[in-house]
Structure formats: C-alpha cells, structure tokens
Design a protein around this ligand. Sequence first.
Ligand SMILES: [Zn+2]
Length: 389
Amino acid sequence: MWFFTSPRTIVFGEGALEYLKELEGKKVFIVTDKNLRKLGIVDKVVEQLKETGMEIRIFDKVEPEPSKQTIERGAKILSEFGADWIIGLGGGSCMDAAKAMWVLYERPDLTIEDITPFEKLNLRKKARLINIPTTSGTGADVTWAVVITDAERKVKLELASKEVVADISILDPALVLDLPPKLTADTGMDALVQAIEAYTVQWKNDFSDALALRAIQLIFKYLPRAYKNGKNDPEAREKMHNAATMSGLAFSNSQIGIVHALGHSLGAVFKIPHGRSVAVFLPYVMEYNLSEAVSLYAEIAEAIGITDGSNEEKARRLIEAVRKLMREIEEPLSIKEMGIPREDFEVKLNELIEKANESTGTIVNPRVPTEEDYRKLFLYAYEGKSVDF
Ligand SMILES: [Zn+2]
C-alpha cells in the first residue's frame, strides 16, 4: 500500500498571492525571517491579509537551519496569540519552522522530537498551515520533512510526519523575481537533483515519476534563462517556481538518494548551502548509478530531447547535459573548485563518509554504496574525475 500526500490546494501563477484575500478566520501568524521583512516580501503578504480583517502577528526570527530553541520560542508566542492560520513564508528554513511550531501549538503535550511518522499528531484542531516559498528549489512547501537543528547538542534533527504537509501552498512568481543569480542556481540545482533522484530511487512510483519528469524538463529549459535573465524573464521565473514544487511532490512521495546523502554530509561539515553541496555530486552519482539505472536515465534523456543511440549512450549524454547546465549557471563541478583545501578535505574524510552512510538515501539508491564506494565518490568528486568503478 502506498500513499500520495500533497497539500489540498496549490495556488500558482501570476497573482497567486491574492488567494490570501479569501481566507476566513480571526488570527493569522506569519513565520518568516528578518531578511524577507527588509526586502518588503512580508509586506506583500500582509497587504493581502489586511483585506480579510484578520489580526496579524509576525514572527521574523527564523535563522538559516532553524534551531529547536527558536521553534520553541515561536511556538510559545503562537500559543499566546492563538492563531487559526499559520503561514510559513520564506525558504525551506521558514517553512520547516512553521511546520514544527504548528505541531507544538496544536499539541503542547509533545516535544519537537515527537514529529515522527509513528506518532499520531491529530493536527488541524486549532489551525491550518499555508506555505509560501520565496525561493525555487527545496519544495519544502509540499513535503512532510522538517529539518531542525538542536543548537545545544549540535545535531540535526531530521523529523517527518505526513500530517505536517501544508493545507495550501501558494506559488507566486512575483516573490522570486529578484532572487540573486547564485541563489537561483543553487536552489534550481537542488530541484533538479530531487527530481532526478525521485525518478531513480527504489521507492519511485507512477505518481512521483510523472511529477519528476515534468520538473526535469522545465528545469533544463528554464533554469539557464532564470539565471541569466533574472527579473527580465518572468516566464522562466514562474516555470522554475512550479518545477521546484513538482520536484518536492516527487521526492516527498518517493525518496531522495545518495546525491543528498553525500551533499548533506558535505554541507554539514563544510557549511555549504544545501543546493550547491548536493549539485556538485549529481554527475558523479549518475555515473556511479549507471549499472543499475541506465534505462531510467535513458527515459529522462528522452524527456529532454536526447533520443538517438542506445540506452547507455542516451544516459551518458544526459550526464553530459547535466554538466553543461551546471557550467552555464556557473555551479562548481568539483569540490576542489569550491575552494576547499585538499588537506582540510582529507582530515574530514572519515567523518564525511560516516555522515553520508547514516542517510536514508543510502538504502533506497538504485545502487547501494559500501563505505568504500562513499570514500571513492567523495575523492572523485573532489578531483573532478569521472567515476570508473
Ligand atoms: Zn534537496
């Protein structure tokens, strides 16, 4: 038995934010960060909400990789305020923070660590959740994962519950028009990695496949345009915004693989933004997976117009196309290019391998790596050497 989980409503396209005007309720609580407030994005949301007559409270203290302590602080304010709508506004951090605060608000008897697939949360007795992403990449607006850092114990809590999937996701391209090029590239690559992994992991299914393939097509076509043209290409911005959420739906309903295992590990050890740290591994892992996933890569290749040759040839040309895309949007193609000195990298190698090996991506990847495989993948990706094992 399988489940497909998604928000009940996804509002997208020009003017999507206006949907907020139709909300009914007494109080709305916005979870966001200081930067978005400075950029005027919070104002855009508030402007729409004012028409509902609801009382509005803003919590703008979410930091990148939000801490458990911040969540608890926000949940306390939320409980005193007593909202019937919660809005996660921002990148993955703000939306994950909103999910976690919502749980603590509904269930003061629970702790953050109780957000697991095995705990019945019984949410939606007090409030419902709306996510409004302001980057085009993570897909956190539609996923059931919640990534929180325990700052005291210095560990990342990887929490998840199907019940924390938002009720409504609002994809308004106006909110991503001004994304800086680097952020466009990093987050766009994250969406591509998620979609390619969703299409190739062992838990793939018909529903996730459809979303993954379409997301991949859109990203190959529109990411270079969004990167180069920025706000002068609203079509590319809109398509990338949709593609990111489709990629989120795809992997949230299948799984991620070892590109994320390697990337999470590198990102945690060397403090590299999520999108960039996963992107760098994508071509190497595709080469590594070829022996198990060649026909799946050939299907992806066909979807983006690579139709000549054997499956093996198509798959290899797809990997070339990934490298070409990364060059076009100036993403580093090796860890060395990221500016990490070799000595520092070698000192941390065992820790990197250990962290990657703990990820769930390891067991559902089309080819399940040994520790030795992980070691080689890290070293090949460091040097920028094509995988031959
Ligand atoms: Zn990701």
